[in-house]
Design a binder for this molecule. Structure first.
Ligand SMILES: Cc1cc2nc3c(=O)[nH]c(=O)nc-3n(C[C@H](O)[C@H](O)[C@H](O)COP(=O)(O)OP(=O)(O)OC[C@H]3O[C@@H](n4cnc5c(N)ncnc54)[C@H](O)[C@@H]3O)c2cc1C
Length: 411
């Protein structure tokens, strides 16, 4: 396949979100002039999902600002966009995917960028005021319902739950947030940062209940009217958002018998699962050259950049993908940014003013910085990039001192 001229190859991209759209666009920007087919289950062309829990939900951003792409953009780019079409199977021997309208789409190169679907809890009733949040249509439905609600219940205090709680509070609602873990955002940020976020939410009036779960659902017709937490009294609520994470969409990868691990598809350093098959975004477990292990990151910029890198790799040659994972989350006036990956660390060095909500945390392993988290300190992220990518040993005391120049520490 690699001997075939680039322009003779037919590229099929399944999943037209952050990563899939990024791959399609990059192919054209790089001068690839062969056929590109972009298959997407969503009826809308790609859009900015991050707005759905923030500015769009709060009514600060109109619907027409949410799209990342318009229908005629794909035409202009010469990309065949098959919207509202699901790939329901993939055939390895025939190098094709089959769509829900029965069509077989052959490929020379396949990009899987199928993202994830909101996880659902079996005990949650599917009633009219119960929502999940992933797609634009979900976002529109939640926004309409939130406008009417006063006491929304948010199940799960991961990023989406925490952001929706913050938005609801900023809209003058009285959100009740239920989290089984002892702190919000604990899975992504650890216990200590979770405590910081618990305080951020409680100080701003969120009713955050941690280490607890819903034991009873009390309906009223087609709506949830109240829930019971543990053995407590009924809590009246008027809207429910289930925000307990995603299930990566890996059915096609399984059909193709691709290697699986870390909750997604195991990739090499060049984002390939095997010759001619790439994956990007929430399903991609990439063997990261800086960290030497497979990382799967469920964040926007990672998906976008991986998709773009794949576009370049297909048009040219696959090369190791070095970009450090980076993400952000905005809750109230608190901007969090995170660079790197600290799945393993033996020391956390704090720098700045924790109580004043302006600080950074450096996560070290063996004296080397694995990740930096910055709250209202975007500059630290920018200055720390080399510290992480060059994996030099640094002095923790110097890191902690606000007077020290982070760029100097690299040298
Ligand atoms: C409300 C919300 C807020 C967020 N906020 C932030 C944030 O502030 N910061 C941040 O870093 N990240 C944020 N994220 C996460 C970020 O949006 C995701 O990590 C990113 O969209 C993942 O990109 P992806 O391309 O892998 O998946 P997606 O963007 O989900 O795209 C996958 C697409 O594939 C389609 N698809 C799936 N299976 C098939 C199939 N078989 N056939 C055809 N199409 C298929 C899906 O319908 C979907 O459109 C947020 C996510 C949500 C939902």
């Amino acid at each position: 396949m690699s001997e075939q001229r680039a322009s003779e190859r037919r590229v099929v991209i399944v999943g037209a979100g952050a990563a899939g759209d990024g791959a399609a666009e990059a192919l054209r920007k790089t001068g690839f002039d062969g056929p590109v087919i972009l298959v997407g289950r969503d009826r809308h062309p790609a859009y900015h999902r991050p707005y759905l829990s923030k500015q769009f939900l709060r009514g600060e951003l109109p619907l027409d600002r949410v799209p990342l792409r318009h229908r005629n953009d794909y035409e202009k780019l010469g990309i065949e966009w098959l919207g509202e079409r699901t790939a329901i199977g993939a055939n390895r021997a025939e190098s094709s995917v089959v769509l829900d309208d029965g069509r077989f789409v052959p490929f020379d190169v396949l990009v899987l960028a199928t993202g994830g679907s909101p996880r659902w809890l079996g005990t949650v009733p599917r009633l009219d005021n119960v929502f999940a949040l992933r797609s634009l249509d979900d976002g529109v439905a939640l926004k309409q319902a939130m406008a009417e609600a006063q006491r929304p219940l948010i199940i799960g205090a991961g990023f989406i739950g925490a952001e929706v709680a913050a938005s609801a509070r900023m809209m003058g609602k009285e959100p009740l947030v239920v989290e089984v873990a002892p702190v919000p955002l604990g899975r992504a940020l650890g216990e200590e940062m979770g405590q910081v976020y618990a305080r951020i939410h409680r100080d701003r009036g969120v009713d955050l209940r941690t280490s607890t779960a819903i034991t009873e659902w009390i309906p009223d017709g087609n709506r949830v009217r109240a829930v019971r937490l543990g053995d407590g009294p009924p809590e009246e609520v008027d809207l429910v958002l289930v925000a307990v994470g995603i299930e990566p969409e890996v059915a096609l990868a399984r059909d193709l018998e691709l290697p699986m691990g870390v909750g997604g598809v195991l990739l090499d350093e060049t984002l390939r699962a095997e010759t001619g098959v790439y994956c990007a975004g929430d399903i991609a477990a990439h063997l990261h050259p800086v960290f030497g292990r497979h990382l799967r990151v469920e964040h926007w910029q990672v998906a976008r950049k991986q998709g773009q890198a794949i576009g370049h790799a297909i048009a040219n040659e696959p090369t190791p993908y070095h970009e450090l994972p980076w993400f952000w989350s905005d809750q109230y006036d608190v901007n969090l940014q995170y660079l790197g990956n600290a799945a393993a660390f033996d020391q956390a060095v704090w720098r700045g003013d924790r109580d004043g909500e302006r600080f950074s945390v450096f996560y070290l392993q063996g004296g080397r910085v694995q990740a930096v988290l910055a709250v209202n300190e975007a500059k630290t992220i920018r200055l720390s990039r080399e510290l992480i990518s060059r994996q030099v040993t640094v002095d923790p005391e110097a890191l902690a001192a606000e007077s020290s120049d982070l760029k100097e520490l690299v040298r």
